[in-house]
Design a protein around this ligand. Structure first.
Ligand SMILES: C[S@@+](CC[C@H](N)C(=O)[O-])C[C@H]1O[C@@H](n2cnc3c(N)ncnc32)[C@H](O)[C@@H]1O
Length: 231
């Protein structure tokens, strides 16, 4: 598929949290129709079975700018169609990738997907309207997010879903840090690892018990702090 339109376009497809059964039909169609499909290798692994002849542009953190430049150059100079794949949903802790694509092309179409956050909510039976979401999965500046986390933990009115940051801000360290700020040690929490994969795991206990865990957590880990009154 090629485009004669002079304005540059790309589609960002959110591929879901790991099991490709969570890729939407819209996302699958966009991948099937694309000339180029770019994404981190782990993300491409999810959608590989649906690629029909597209050139795969695998990115790593260190070369993502160069890979996107390469792909967008083909859009501009050869009229190719480009899909960039994002993990989970593209409106959940994926802004850096969206901004990288947006600064390179005129029009970005977004195809949303299923987030790891939605899977965690369905596993625990909690609703978005009773939940606050905080991410530490940013390159810098986690101080505000940690302050908000402590604020909402002390406030006690909501479940809190937290994305840790591999590998320096992980569940046991976060639990230790928030205890030192006076958060209740008895608050119940769950850590999910590798949601939707065959080796998915979950651990539940108190914040104090989490702080004592010495085994390593997967980079695909997500924390749920349960609302005190209802859990
Ligand atoms: C950069 S964020 C992107 C989140 C993604 N956009 C989403 O909607 O799930 C990556 C983080 O999401 C969480 N995550 C993503 N997939 C997961 C999974 N299958 N199981 C547990 N946590 C997951 C982990 O905290 C991981 O470090």
């Amino acid at each position: 598929m090629t485009s004669s339109n002079k304005e540059t376009r790309a589609t960002i497809v959110a591929v879901g949290p790991g099991d490709n059964g969570f890729l939407t039909l819209k996302g699958k169609q966009a991948i099937e129709d694309a000339d180029l499909v770019a994404g981190f290798e782990t993300v491409l692994n999810v959608i590989r079975p649906f690629v029909k002849g597209a050139e795969l542009c695998s990115m790593a953190y260190r070369n993502q700018e160069e890979v996107l430049d390469y792909a967008v150059d083909k859009v501009i100079n050869e009229g190719k169609s480009l899909v960039v794949c994002a993990w989970g949903d593209l409106n959940v802790s994926a802004k850096e990738l969206l901004d990288r694509v947006r600064k390179r092309v005129d029009h970005v179409e977004l195809v949303p997907g299923i987030s790891s956050v939605q899977i965690a909510m369905s596993r625990t039976g909690i609703s978005l309207e009773h939940t606050v979401f905080v991410t530490l999965h940013v390159r810098a500046g986690t101080e505000n997010a940690l302050d908000e986390l402590i604020h909402y933990l002390k406030d006690g009115r909501r479940n809190i879903i937290l994305l840790p940051r591999p590998y320096d801000l992980m569940p046991a360290g976060i639990a230790t840090g928030i205890l030192s700020k006076g958060v209740s040690a008895d608050r119940q929490m769950t850590v999910f690892q590798r949601l939707t994969y065959n080796d998915e795991q979950s651990w539940s206990g108190t914040i104090k018990e989490c702080s004592e865990i010495t085994t390593e957590f997967s980079d695909l880990s997500l924390m749920v702090f349960h609302q005190p009154d209802t859990n």
